[in-house]
Design a protein around this ligand. Structure first.
Ligand SMILES: [Mn+2]
Length: 239
């Protein structure tokens, strides 16, 4: 079967090996059927850039991804607000394809849009400007040139900012569908994201078509994932 698995907000940290084990156990349990794994961002709790590859902190994670891609699982990596420095060197090391901020697929005759959700569910008007700024090569280069310890302490600072700008509790179903609406209007049938750490599956009808919004859970909590087995969608615990 042509099985696709969507997961995000895993927030892997070197000091939490149990999260890493649970995630890879869930993926490996689907071996054989699994063709594609779409990572919806914030896979890493922090990622300071290419130097992170040499530090050894995420060695088992990198090996885990490399082993999966070698075994024929196609993996797409969508940037989250914690790990948008994941780039080409990471891709070459692991075989994972770095998709950038979003990914469009067609599954079962439906248009599927995958994104982390930080650009969709964000009430801070400065946020998009900040992310655009970080795209400038000079700023990125300055960040990458810092000693790794400084880079990590800045990454920890980003985490505080991102916690302040993403209040999970305040998103109602109407808010979530409101965020998805512009994408539905552009022809997206299924929107899959994460970021707000509040798992949800909402469906509605727009333009005579059924639309679905899936928000995956985080791996400190319910770990809810989205799966498509070639004919049916499933949302819930991966275990
Ligand atoms: Mn996030």
């Amino acid at each position: 079967m042509d099985h696709t698995l969507f997961a995000g907000d895993i927030h892997l940290r070197p000091d939490r090996p149990e999260t890493r084990r649970r995630f890879f156990d869930a993926v490996r349990a689907r071996r054989g059927a699994l063709r594609r794994l779409v990572l919806l961002g914030d896979v890493f709790d922090y990622w300071i850039g290419p130097r992170q590859l040499d530090g050894g902190e995420y060695r088992e994670v990198l090996e885990g991804f490399a082993e999966l891609t070698r075994s024929g699982v196609h993996i797409d990596f969508i940037h989250g607000n914690r790990d948008y420095f994941v780039e080409g060197k990471f891709a070459r090391r692991t075989g994972v394809r770095v998709a950038g901020s979003s990914l469009r697929l067609e599954l079962g005759g439906r248009n599927v849009e995958c994104a982390h959700g930080d650009f969709i569910f964000n009430r801070n008007p400065k946020y998009a400007a900040y992310r655009r700024l970080m795209r400038f090569s000079a700023l990125r280069a300055a960040y990458q040139a810092m000693p790794a310890a400084v880079g990590k302490s800045i990454a920890r600072g980003f985490r505080v900012v991102s916690r302040r700008t993403t209040p999970a509790v305040s998103w109602t179903d109407e808010d979530l569908l409101g965020g998805a609406e512009p994408l539905f209007a552009r022809g997206v049938d299924v929107l899959i994201c994460g970021h707000i750490h509040k798992p949800a599956h909402l469906a509605c009808e727009r333009g005579g078509r059924r639309r679905d919004l899936f928000v995956v859970g985080d791996w400190d909590g319910t770990c809810d994932v989205v799966e498509f087995d070639g004919s049916r969608w499933r949302f819930g615990s991966p275990f």
